[in-house]
Design a protein around this ligand. Sequence first.
Ligand SMILES: *Cc1c(COP(=O)(O)O)cnc(C)c1O
Ligand code: SF4
Length: 438
Amino acid sequence: MKYRSYTVHNFREIPQVREKLTPEQQFDIEVVAQVFPFKTNNYVVEKLINWDNPLEDPIFRLTFPQRGMLLDEDYEIIANLLKQNAPKEVIREKANEIRMKLNPHPAGQKYNVPEIDGKKLHGAQHKYNETILFFPKQGQTCHAYCSFCFRWPQFVGIDELKFAMKEVELLIEYIKAHPEITDLLFTGGDPLIMKTRLLRQYIEPILEAKIPHLKTIRIGSKALAFWPYRFTTEDDAEDLIKLFTEITEAGYHLAYMAHFNHYQELETEEVKEAVDRILSTGAVIRTQSPILRHINDSAEVWATMWKKQVQMNMVPYYMFMARDTGAQHYFGVPLVRAWEIFRKAYNSVSGIARTVKGPSMSATPGKVRMLGVAELNGEKVMVLDFLQGRNPDWVGKPFFAKYNPEAMWLDELEPYGSDQFFYEDELNKMLKLEEVHT
Ligand SMILES: *Cc1c(COP(=O)(O)O)cnc(C)c1O
Ligand code: SF4
């Protein structure tokens, strides 16, 4: 299949769109796509979406903008501008205003920028001791866009903080100076949007540097779900597989962090073949996804997905909470409900699939897991713990929050039995210190 992308400018060329969506539904897509990024492709359209009832289809909802992603008042503003044929700049300005209300930079992402010899690595993020994230400059887009994506600001071009960096040398220097780092995670966007030739320019110097404490190379990607041909029939697929093999043969653990949101993404022949090819290099595929209303908010969907992943020799890894940005009001699932779904799904799979952790919030202090609801002194409380913390000592200590079945994020929770959570003083000090340095 030859890659063909569809955006707001040409999605009406998709035959299924013209056949299965009314003009009003098509207009809704056009309206919402003024604010949120919209890109899909022919694989997603032809092989993943079930067009019998597109508005109910999880993959349609995952890649096509949904009416409910905009609040009614914002929808009306944009819809009226479009109907009046308002100039592009006017629409863009309004869209930007709406975007700015949607918390475009959640979880203190402006912190954690690593620095070496006074030079900042703007394309990297080092928050937890063991793992440094690296955002290759040319990997800041994707084969298709997820409607819930928290990276949406960088796709619509309002992000001055594009965490992108050209010089891999600085990255190597930094890792060398930090013996606590064992993992380097390439992320994006999607780093596998890059041609293999380009990806090599990042990976080869790292292999050549032979940093003794660096053990794991992770690649975070949605290419298996959105464009499996990246590993099979694309002209540089062979070379990509070869590059993966070079990484494992150099003695690294190669972890392909695969993003799958629904088991429907695991059902094509194409994805099976791609998974097998990746595994043939000695890489391990670990899987993760946020839990999303309208897409995968049912225990049955998760249990089916985890079982299928295990069957395909992948390892379930994380269930995330939807970030507190963008259309969280549409995709967000409350913590208590997410935990119920997690527990029910976790209950119904074998221990082999219980490698998964969650539901977890990637919040300013760390990755905070909703452990469950318990009863203390005859009262319901929420129990949480850190899976990762800015201070590693925070990890694995259960702590309590007042029961709040509506809360979707850490900042909506109140501590139980004290005026603040145990980590808060220390976190505030840490953030102040970073501010002084930035
Ligand atoms: C999730 C995450 C990591 C990786 O955490 P693991 O638990 O090791 O998978 C690293 N850095 C940041 C900023 C993260 O959000
Ligand atoms: S593939 Fe990942 S980075 Fe790309 S749009 Fe989806 S969630 Fe965002």
